[in-house]
Structures are given as C-alpha cells and as structure tokens.
Design a protein around this ligand. Structure first.
Ligand SMILES: C[S@@+](CC[C@H](N)C(=O)[O-])C[C@H]1O[C@@H](n2cnc3c(N)ncnc32)[C@H](O)[C@@H]1O
Length: 235
C-alpha cells in the first residue's frame, strides 16, 4: 500500500516529462465514485500526516497568507480536506468556509477547527448562490480531475466568485493532463500554460503563477487570478 510519505517524496514520471506507461489506471469519471471512496478510506491517515499548516511548506503559508490579505468578502476553501488551510484563512482575518465531499474530513475539521465553518458538498455543483465569495481557494482539490472535468469545477468557482473576486489554485506541475499514480488515486499534472488558459477561459484573469521544484516533493504550481468583469474579453 502506498504511504503518504511516498505521496510527499516520490518524484513522479511527469517531473521529467516522461510518458506514463507504468500501469496507471486512469479514472475518467473522477467524481463521484473512486476519488471519494479513496479519500474516505484514508481520511484518518491523511488528517494525521497532512492535516496541519505546520506540516505544510512554509512558502505555501506565505502565499496563501498574502493572497488572503487581498480578499474582500468571505472566502471558500473548495475541497478543504482536513480543513487546516480553511482555518488558516480564518486566522488571517477572513470569514472562511470549507466544503468537501468527504464527510469524515468535514466532521474532523468541525471538531478540530470549531471557529471555522465546514460543510459537505460537491465542487462540480457547489451548494452556494452566485457571487457569494470574494475568494476561492482550490488547493490541490481538482488534482484528481482530468482537464475536462476541472474545467467544470472552474466554471463553478467562477459562478460563486464576486465580479472582482480572486482565485488561488494549487496543482502538481507537469505535462498538462498527464496522469500519474498518486498515493490516494490517479491524479493529473497541469502545465503553467494549460492551467492558465483554462482559468482564463472560465472567466478569470491570471495575475501570477508560482512554480517550485525540489528533490523531495513533486513539482508544484500555484496560480492566482482575478475574476474578469462581465463583458471584458480574454486578453
Ligand atoms: C489532495 S486533497 C487536498 C485537500 C486540501 N485542499 C489540502 O490542501 O490539504 C483533495 C481534496 O479535494 C476533495 N475533492 C475532490 N474532488 C471533489 C469534489 N468534486 N467535490 C468536493 N470535494 C472534492 C477531496 O475530498 C479531498 O479532500
């Protein structure tokens, strides 16, 4: 069985841009089903190994913290998992709300972070009215969706974001749409260009991209974007 140590430390094929021919069983309908079951099965382990900000890269805390300072209005942590980033945003002064489809994550987050609100929901059909949030954080939460599926999630993020609201996404960096054998279930790399193009197509304007590579962790990509006012075209 994979461990999260492997999740953190293995260098994936996509680091070198190799084609994945390693027997990965690619999920075509990432949600609902296999992805949720996979997280349900390993929720306790995930929370214990990856459920606090102290276990995260401090550079990510810097980026999320600085981003949160720019927000006006409540922020949604879309795919909040253990809820540590949601609570981090609350600790920075945001009204933060987490949503995740795994009830075990939501239940644990409510217990561990009682000052922050969490609910069960699907990123592909968010249980919120239009323009409800000044910011949406999607931190590694669409990694199990292929690019076509993540376009649907992005459309939902755009729908619930205010006209001048902001988006921050985190993803595995690599050849766009390249599947690999993630410790939980199949995940997909995103290229800087591929994710940027998709975020722009969803109605955002990309403000900055951030990449990081190291020997210990899979290559990382973060993208910050602002919702384009209605009628403004992609430049
Ligand atoms: C890699 S984890 C990231 C969790 C958290 N954002 C973090 O950084 O620790 C991916 C999360 O996205 C959630 N997720 C994936 N697809 C989802 C969907 N369609 N609806 C709701 N949650 C989803 C999973 O349940 C899981 O908690």
């Amino acid at each position: 069985m994979d461990t999260f140590g492997r999740y953190l430390q293995d260098l994936p094929d996509c680091r070198e841009g190799k084609e994945n021919d390693g027997g990965v069983s690619v999920t075509t309908a990432a949600w609902p089903g296999r992805t949720r079951s996979a997280y349900v099965a390993r929720a306790a382990e995930y929370i214990s190994l990856l459920g606090s900000v102290g276990q995260m890269n401090p550079l990510d805390a810097c980026l999320l913290g600085e981003w949160s300072d720019t927000l006006v209005g409540p922020v949604l942590d879309a795919g909040s998992g253990p809820g540590h980033w949601t609570d981090f945003l609350r600790s920075r002064g945001c009204v933060a709300h987490g949503v995740d489809a795994v009830p075990q994550f939501v239940e644990s987050a409510r217990e561990r972070f009682p000052l922050t609100s969490f609910e069960v929901g699907d990123l592909l059909e968010l249980p919120f009215v239009d323009a409800r949030f000044g910011g949406v954080l999607a931190w590694y939460s669409v990694i199990h969706m292929n690019p076509e599926e993540s376009a649907s999630a992005l459309a939902e993020f755009a729908r619930v974001t205010t006209d001048d609201g902001h988006l921050l996404m985190g993803a595995f960096l690599g050849p766009d749409g390249h599947p690999f054998d993630h410790a939980v279930t199949t995940a997909y790399c995103r290229s800087e260009q591929g994710l940027t193009t998709q975020i722009e197509a969803a109605g955002f304007h990309v403000l900055s991209t951030h990449t990081r590579t190291s020997r210990e962790h899979r290559p990382h990509l973060a993208v910050i974007a602002r919702k384009r006012p209605p009628g403004q075209k992609v430049t």
